[in-house]
Every structure is written in C-alpha cells, then in structure tokens.
Design a protein around this ligand. Structure first.
Ligand code: NAD
Length: 351
C-alpha cells in the first residue's frame, strides 16, 4: 500500500485517477487542489467517504503549504496534474498558465526535493514524482507520422509552451539533483466529469439542448482520443512501474477529425435523446472562426508503454464515446450546476 499525493485531483483527469485509486487499489490519497473554475469537489463524491481519501485546498505555487503537505502526508508518489489546461483560455490570458504550470511546478519540485532528501535511503529509492503532460508540447504533425518520446519539442500555444517548460524543469530536477521523476505525455482525453468548455462535452450538451454546435475552421483538425479511465489506469501504472528519468506517451489509437467527432456525437444524441422539435442534430453544426495558431494534427505512438509496462487502452473510440454521451444524459445534476453558473458555453480564445 502506497500514499499518493495528487495535485489537481479535483479536475477532470485528476479526479478519474483518484476514483481509480480509491475504488481499484488499497492506496491512500491526498488531493491537493486550489479549486479554480475547473476544480470541482462533485468529481470526487464517489471517493469522499473512504477513510483512505483526504483533501487539502492549496495552491501548488505556495511553498509553505506544499512543504507542510509533503511533510505531514509523507507520500511515496507525488502525481502532479494541477495546471491551467484550456488552450483557448491561454490565448486570452497566458499569465495564469505561466504562474501555475511553470512557477507552480518549480515550487512543487523544490518542495518535493527537500522532502525526498529528508527520507531514509530505502524510501528515497521508491519515491516517484510523476509529471502529467500533453502531446501538444511536440507541436503539429502533417498528414503522416506519430509523436514518440524522442520527438523534438515545438510547442505552439501559450498552454503547450507552459507545459513544455514544466516538462523541462521536471527532467532537469532529475538530472541535476537526482529526484526520481517519471513523465507522461498524453493525447486529448474525454469521458465523464469533463468540464463543458472542451469540445466533446460542449457538443453533447449543446446538441441535447438544441443549441448551435460550433466547429472551429473546417473541422479537419485531427486528435488522438483517449478515454479518461484508460488514461487513469496508465498513469497509476507509470507511477508504480515507470523507470526514473523516463517519459511515456499515452494515446488511444483513435485518430478522428473534430468534424467526425461532432457528427458521431450528433448520431448518439439523436439515438438516446430523440427530439422531434430539434430534429437531426447535424443541422445544428456551425463552422466558426478557427483558433489562432490551431495545430492541425496530433497522433501518439504508444508503443513504449505497451512494450515496457504492458498498458493498452480498453476502450475503442466508439465504445468510449457512447459511454460518455450516456453519462452526460444520466448526470444533469453535475453539468446543470456548471452550465447555470460558472460557464455557459461562450466562445473563448479568439485573441
Ligand atoms: P483540469 O483543468 O480539468 O483540472 C486542473 C485541476 O488543477 C483543477 O482541479 C484545478 O482546480 C487545479 N489547479 C489549477 N491551478 C492550480 C494551482 N495553482 N494549485 C493547485 N491546483 C490547481 O485539467 P485536466 O484536463 O484534468 O488535466 C490535468 C493535467 O493533464 C494537466 O496537467 C493537463 O495539462 C494534462 N493534460 C490534459 C489533457 C486533456 O485532454 N484534458 C491532455 C493532456 C495532458
């Protein structure tokens, strides 16, 4: 049994990791989260009554809070997911991305290094700092090719540049100070509890309510879609069995254009929630101005994690999307609170 300190654990992917750790393992979990607009304690409800779960509201950029959290919880693993994560918001306001993703990661690394140095030697060897990052650090692909762990970094948005900077810091803390780190870079996630500013949940909810379905540019941008629960399983495996200093790419083997994704959602919503007043949802599709600097294609070669750690995604895009649409239909109390207050589906990131 290990102790996992999970930063950003109230967000989309972090909460999937925490639900997996509590339901599927015997590990103890401390979530450290600032609860920004993207952090939501409702995401953690399935875990919150378990005695192995605890929550701390704190900013990863606060060195005193990070030092105290590490010293009192004494984790075996720090899994670092806290970040500003939405590309459109990084175009409107890059400052928060530099502050949390770059400076926050630096503060957390310093606190983790001090804590790791204080451990007895046997515990030092088993400790891991796992940094969770994105394939967007590699830039944009043409029609062919895949991102591997050795692809050069070429980030194009303020978001991906801030994540690239944090990856470099984590790597440097390993090479310079010996901190046992692992990194992972994954493709676009989707699934339950996804904040409805992102493409898939936004389109599901707009389609359900008969609202317009915005498609950026010509909709031909390709992403490699990864179900969040497959990702959570991969992250726990990497934290427990990944080699120090190594990075692992995680992808869903599911390349689709954005337009294909939107059409597939329309078909599923028509099937599960037919509405004669709305009619076929595809009629709601509207092509809108593209995101400035929008990357054309991302695709992951997930061969290393398959060969070395034995991970493969369990969901196909079709099975994962169907489950996701059903989840949104079954959980209006979760997204209703967000759509009625925090975020109503407005366009962000036109610069
Ligand atoms: P999210 O936006 O849903 O959640 C981020 C969480 O971090 C929130 O709970 C938020 O409150 C918390 N947070 C933000 N700033 C903080 C701070 N200063 N201190 C403490 N907590 C803070 O993000 P997500 O989609 O779950 O992504 C998690 C991680 O995975 C991020 O590092 C992101 O870059 C990476 N990632 C995400 C995707 C994706 O498709 N969602 C793909 C690749 C990589």
């Amino acid at each position: 049994m290990s102790r996992f300190l999970v930063t950003g654990g109230a967000g989309f992917i972090g909460s999937a990791v925490v639900r997996h750790l509590i339901a599927g393992t015997g590990h103890e979990v401390l979530v450290v989260d600032k609860l920004t607009y993207a952090g939501n304690l409702d995401n953690l409800k399935p875990a919150e009554t378990d005695p192995r779960y605890a929550f701390l509201k704190a900013d990863i950029g606060d060195p005193v809070a990070m030092r105290e959290a590490l010293a009192s919880f004494r984790p075996d693993v720090v899994m670092h997911l806290a970040a500003e994560s939405h590309v459109d918001r990084s175009i409107d306001g890059p400052g928060a991305f530099i502050q949390t993703n770059v400076v926050g990661t630096y503060v957390l690394l310093q606190a983790a290094l001090e804590y790791w140095r204080s451990l007895p030697q046997a515990e030092q060897a088993g400790f891991r700092f796992h940094h969770v990052s994105t394939d967007e650090v590699f830039g944009s692909l043409g029609a062919d090719g895949l991102f591997s762990e050795t692809t050069p970094y070429q980030p194009n948005s303020p978001y991906s540049a801030s994540k690239a900077a944090s990856d470099h810091l984590v790597r440097a803390w390993h090479h310079t100070y010996g901190l046992p780190v692992v990194l992972s870079n994954c493709s676009n996630n989707y699934g339950p509890y996804h904040f409805p500013e992102k493409l898939i949940p936004l389109v599901i909810l707009n389609a359900l309510e008969g609202k317009e379905l915005p498609v950026y540019g010509d909709g031909g941008q390709v992403r490699d879609w990864l179900h969040v629960e497959d990702h959570a399983r991969a992250l726990c495996l990497i934290a427990e069995t990944g080699l120090p200093g190594e990075s692992y790419n995680v992808g869903g083997n599911a390349e689709r254009t954005n337009l294909d994704v939107v059409r597939a959602i329309c078909g599923l919503v028509d099937r599960f929630a037919p509405d004669t007043a709305i009619g076929p949802r595809e009629k709601l599709i509207r092509f809108v101005a593209d995101r400035p600097g929008h990357d054309r294609r991302y695709a992951i070669d997930a061969g290393k994690i398959a060969r070395e750690l034995g991970w493969r995604p369990q969901e196909s895009f079709e099975s994962g999307l169907e489950k996701t649409v059903r989840w949104y239909l079954d959980n209006p109390h979760w997204w209703g609170r967000i759509r009625s207050g925090l975020y109503r589906g407005e366009r962000l990131g036109l610069s």
